[in-house]
Design a protein around this ligand. Structure first.
Ligand SMILES: *[C@@H]1O[C@H](CO)[C@@H](O)[C@H](O)[C@H]1NC(C)=O
Ligand SMILES: *[C@@H]1O[C@H](CO)[C@@H](O)[C@H](O)[C@H]1NC(C)=O
Ligand SMILES: *[C@@H]1O[C@H](CO)[C@@H](O)[C@H](O)[C@H]1NC(C)=O
Length: 369
């Protein structure tokens, strides 16, 4: 594992060097394909869902892959003989489209969010999954679910404009907070890697950060990130939780950086809370909405999933100023799926793999080579 990360890092440096030595590469325009010497190789194309696939995500060890979609099912895929194969289909948990899913960090539970207004919790009983709880409370479609890194909280969000936080205690799920900070449909929730901050992205064009007050246990909106001027579809923290990538309906990607009170850069803060500032905007790369974005678990690499059937890999230029970073397109596949690409997630342990899910009913596993 350590060896494979090192090899990967070495390979990235070599790749970056060969790219950056090219003197006439436009940083803001779309880099022509001939300039890209990082390749994306399709290694598996998993079929079985009928209708759109909305999300595909590995469990924490990366040995089990769950996908969900319009057909109201959750499919679990595992490897046998080096190939990914369907293991189980989870049915009867939801009445409508399953929009998103999140594994508990221990891997014993899977949470699935549905347009039927509920979030189902599935227990892994030795490979057999049983739906043992349904989180009810949202008025309509649940759009996203995220299990916090310590495992004791779950966040959900909905078209009803609210974000809910659920406390997990011995298989019991109680609502700990209902956050009514957004004024429109909330598309995505994501926990910071430390689990102390929850971020949400909305149709109201903002990203909001929430934190619990340690004194009274009350959750509140501590920051509002405004720079996109259309729906923010998705967000992803970097491994430190001090940067966030976001993607929007107009095809832009933005990188945000956290500035703590008293920061040497002199960025102003309010109430002793950090300020989040947009430090980079990538535009001109996507032809229309970008539906999902994922920051690599160890590198400054970002992958996007878009409505133009494409996946794109961006890398931060190693020498660039953290207050004004430059990202370059280093690889792309403009026909990754035959329709919209809805979801992209990195493999948790193999630094070269990621998985995408699309409207074409397909789940695809990619290798960066
Ligand atoms: C840089 O690229 C532009 C457009 O492709 C081309 O017209 C120009 O000659 C190039 N300049 C150099 C120095 O290669
Ligand atoms: C992921 O799933 C595999 C296959 O069921 C299992 O062996 C492994 O323990 C799971 N990993 C985690 C972290 O739950
Ligand atoms: C919205 O953002 C895009 C790209 O950032 C920009 O080109 C456009 O002018 C903006 N529109 C408005 C109304 O601000």
């Amino acid at each position: 594992m350590i060896v494979s990360v090192l090899v990967f890092v070495h390979w990235l440096h070599a790749t970056a060097k060969s790219l950056f030595l090219k003197p006439n590469r436009s940083l803001n325009g779309v880099v022509p394909m001939s300039d890209l010497n990082v390749k994306l190789e399709l290694i598996e194309s998993l079929k079985g869902h009928t209708g759109k696939v909305w999300c595909a995500k590995w469990n924490a060890s990366g040995t089990l892959l769950a996908s969900c979609g319009e057909d109201k099912t959750v499919r679990l895929w595992g490897t046998s003989g080096g190939q990914w194969k369907l293991k189980t289909v989870l049915q009867d948990g939801h009445q409508k489209t399953v929009r998103d899913l999140s594994w508990s960090p221990c891997g014993k539970f899977l949470a699935t969010a549905s347009f039927d207004g509920t979030t189902a919790i599935w227990d892994n009983l030795g490979g057999q999954f049983e739906c043992n709880a349904a989180l009810e409370g949202h008025e309509n479609e649940v759009k996203s679910v995220s299990w916090c890194p310590s495992g004791n909280l779950i966040a959900t969000c909905s078209r009803d404009k609210s974000v809910w936080i659920w406390q997990v205690e011995n298989d019991d799920y109680d609502c700990a907070a209902v956050l009514n900070a957004h004024i429109q449909d909330v598309k995505k929730v994501a926990w910071s890697p430390e689990g102390d901050v929850l971020a949400s992205a909305s149709y109201d064009e903002t990203i909001k950060m929430f934190k619990e007050d340690p004194n009274d246990g009350e959750w509140s909106n501590v920051a509002t990130l405004k720079s996109h001027n259309t729906t923010v579809w998705s967000i992803s923290f970097d491994k430190t939780g001090t940067r966030l990538a976001s993607c929007a309906d107009d095809g832009t990607v933005k990188i945000w950086r956290q500035y703590l009170p008293g920061n040497p850069e002199g960025v102003g803060t309010v109430d002793n809370d950090p300020t989040w500032k947009c430090v980079c905007t990538l535009s001109g790369y996507h032809d229309g909405p970008v539906y999902d974005i994922a920051w690599h678990p160890s590198e400054d690499l970002i992958v996007t999933a878009a409505c133009d059937n494409g996946v794109r890999l961006f890398r931060m230029e190693p020498e660039s100023d953290p207050n004004e970073p430059s990202f370059s397109l280093v690889a792309a596949n403009y026909a990754a799926h035959s329709q919209d690409v809805n979801s992209v997630k990195w493999h948790p342990t193999d630094p070269k793999l990621f998985v995408t899910a699309g409207d074409d009913s397909t789940v695809s596993i990619w290798q960066v080579t």
